[in-house]
Every structure is written in C-alpha cells, then in structure tokens.
Ligand binder design. Structure first.
Ligand code: NAD
Ligand code: DAU
Length: 332
C-alpha cells in the first residue's frame, strides 16, 4: 500500500486516475492542484475520505512541494497547462507550470529520493503525414510544434537529465489523445457534445482531415499503474490504443450518436501550425509490461462519454459560456 502524490489531480486525466486507483487498489492519494480554470473540485467527489486529500496549491511553490513529496512514497506528475489553443494565445503559464513546475517537482524528488512518474504527450514528436505507415515510438526524435508541446518536450528532457545526472528514480509516459468523463469543454470532443446539448452547432477546424489517436482515459490510467508496478527506471513508454480517426469523422459520429444529421456542423478557422496526424506504436508497453487497453470500441467509449455529459449538466455548464466567448474572440 503506497501513499501517492498526484499533481494536477483535479484536471481531466488526473481526476480519472484518482478515481481509477482508489476504486481498484488500497493506495492512499494526496492531490496537489492549483485549481486553475481547468481544475474542478467537483471531479473529485464521492471518494473515500480516509484515503483521499486535496491540497490546493502550485507545483512551482517549492516549500509546499517539498513537504508533500517528503510525505509521499510515489509522485505521479500530471499538472500542466494542457491546451494548444491557449498556448498560442499566451504561452507564459505554459513555460511557468510545465517547465518551472516540473523542475520544482524534480528537485523535491531528488532531495527525498522518491519514485517519480512524469505524464507527457505524443505531441513532443511533432506530427506525421496522413498516409505515412510510420507511427511514433520511443526512438522518434523530438520535434514539437506549439508552445504547449515544446514546454512538454522540455519537461521530458528535464526528467531525463535528472535521471542521468542525479539518479532520480523516474519513468516517463507519452500518451495520445484521451477522451472520457471530466474533460474540460474547451477540448474537441466535449466541446462538440456540449454544443449539441446546448443547442449550438459543432465546430470543425479547417478541413477536419487532421488525425488524432484516441484512447479512453481509463486505459491511460491502467497503463500508468502498469508502468508504476513493472516499468524500468529511466525508461520512456508510449501509450496508445490504435484509435486513429480524423476530426471530421469524429464530429459526424458524435452527431449521429446524438440523433442528429451528420452534416449539422460548422467549419471554422484552422488552428495556426495545426499538427496533421498523431499515431502511437505502443508495442513496448504490450510486449515488455503486458499492458492491454480495456476499451476496444471507440464508438462504445464515445457513447458512454456522451451519456456522462448528458447526465452531468452542472459540471460542464460552469465553464461553457466563458469557453465559447474565448473561442469567439479567436474566430474558432
Ligand atoms: P487539464 O488541463 O484537464 O488539467 C490540468 C490540471 O493541472 C488542472 O487541474 C489544473 O488546475 C492543474 N494545474 C495547472 N497548473 C498548475 C500548477 N501550476 N500547479 C498545480 N496544479 C496545476 O489537463 P489534462 O488533459 O488532464 O492533462 C493532464 C496531463 O496529461 C498533462 O501533463 C498533459 O500534458 C498530459 N496529457 C494529456 C493528454 C490529453 O489528451 N488531454 C494526452 C497526453 C498527455
Ligand atoms: O495528443 C495528446 C494531446 O491531445 C495532449 O497533449 C493535449 O493536452 C490535448 O489537449 C490534446 O491536444 P489536441 O490539440 O490534439 O486536442 P484538442 O482537443 O484541442 O483538439 C483535437 C483536434 O480537434 C485537433 O486536431 C483540433 C481539432 N478541433 C479542436 C477543437 C477544440 C476542432 O476541429 N474543433 C474544435 O472545436
């Protein structure tokens, strides 16, 4: 039984990890989260009080981080500024949280000799051509495109350097696009679902030919647990579930699953520097650690996600109007 410090545990993937771990293991979790616009206490309700605590604070606060790391066995680091569109508008919080924040976490785990797992993204590898048979693997060179992905790439490199130079006991995972409950309405899938629920039309950037490799957040969580249990210190593991789909087909599927005509969406301005395609080869995770995803049908997982947003209007309505106002300013 371990005491796990989860940074960013009030965000989308972090909160799914907290629910996943507390419902399947005897571990105790302390979440450190700043509750930025992307964090939500309501994503952490219904958890066992004796095994869960939320600390509201900043991962750049060295004294706070030091005390929490000293008191933990394992640190799983999810906290980040995570949205590409925001990073194009104002990169500064991305540099601060993703780089300085990760540095602050690393210094604390170095001092206290604690196991660290760094959560990262496939975007550090840049993008692929549409019909390229190649997919990203652990040897793909870094080539990030946006302020978001470049700060995530920088944070990965900090972790690698702290492993090599200071023997920090760390692993890294780079995952593809997640979907599931508790995802902020600024992101592609929840934006479209909640637009339809709110009587607005879905919005497709550019032509919609861009491909993302979708994985359910629970499968991301099970992969991270597998790496914590069986991963080799100093190694990187790519997490993906063979979920490549172009954005146009995902919008059409959402419309169809929600009982609408597949053409009822708007084309809006494209994202500057928009990555064309991401695709993950997760052979290493399968062959070396024996991990398999539980969600084999994207359509079933998407339907369950649509049902979740339908059943939790108060959760997403909190952020919807402000998010759409920001998109209106950007012409998207
Ligand atoms: P999110 O934006 O939903 O959540 C981020 C959380 O971090 C929020 O709760 C926020 O309050 C918190 N946070 C931000 N700055 C902080 C700070 N300075 N101190 C403490 N807490 C802070 O993000 P997400 O989509 O859940 O992503 C979580 C992690 O997973 C990120 O590291 C991201 O790069 C990575 N990732 C995301 C995806 C995806 O598809 N969303 C895929 C691969 C990897
Ligand atoms: O690949 C992993 C990454 O996936 C994570 O590292 C990021 O944190 C996460 O936000 C996600 O990045 P993307 O930029 O791929 O996700 P987003 O949901 O913003 O957009 C997905 C695709 O949908 C992308 O090609 C842009 C497009 N899009 C997005 C929005 C919000 C639209 O067509 N319409 C939209 O309204």
């Amino acid at each position: 039984m371990a005491r796990i410090l989860v940074t960013g545990g009030a965000g989308f993937i972090g909160s799914n990890f907290v629910h996943f771990v507390l419902s399947r293991t005897p571990h105790t979790i302390v979440v450190l989260d700043k509750l930025t616009y992307a964090g939500n206490r309501e994503s952490l309700t219904g958890l066992p009080e004796e095994r869960f605590q939320l600390v509201v604070g900043d991962i750049c606060d060295a004294a706070l981080v030091d005390a929490l790391v000293a008191d933990s066995d394992i640190v799983v680091h999810y906290a980040a500024e995570s949205h590409n569109d925001n990073s194009l508008h104002d990169p500064s919080p991305f540099v601060e949280t993703n780089l300085i924040g990760t540095y602050t976490m690393l210094e604390a785990v170095r001092k206290h000799g604690k196991r660290f797992h760094h959560i990262s993204t496939d975007e550090v590898y840049g993008d692929l051509d549409l019909n390229d048979p190649v997919r990203f693997n652990e040897s793909t060179p870094y080539n990030p495109s946006s302020p978001y992905s470049s700060t995530k790439a920088g944070s990965d490199l900090l972790v690698r350097a702290w492993v090599r130079s200071f023997d920090v006991q760390a692993t890294i995972s780079n995952c593809s696009n997640n979907y599931g409950p508790f995802q902020h309405v600024e992101k592609f899938i929840p934006r479209q679902i909640t637009n339809i629920l709110a009587g607005q039309r879905p919005k497709l950037y550019g032509t919609g030919e861009n491909v993302r490799d979708w994985i359910h957040a629970d499968d991301h969580s099970s992969a991270v647990l597998t790496i914590l249990e069986k991963g080799t210190i100093g190694e990187t593991y790519l997490i993906g579930a063979n979920g490549e789909k172009n954005n146009k087909s995902v919008i059409e599927m959402i419309l169809r699953l929600m009982g609408h005509d597949e053409t009822e969406y708007d084309h809006v301005n494209d994202r500057p520097g928009h990555d064309l395609r991401y695709a993950i080869d997760s052979t290493r995770l399968h062959e070396e650690l024996g991990w398999e995803p539980a969600y084999t049908s994207f359509e079933d997982g998407l339907l369950a996600t649509i049902d979740w947003y339908r059943a939790h209007p108060l959760w997403w309505q909190r952020d919807k109007a402000a998010t759409e106002a920001r998109y209106t300013e950007l012409g998207r």
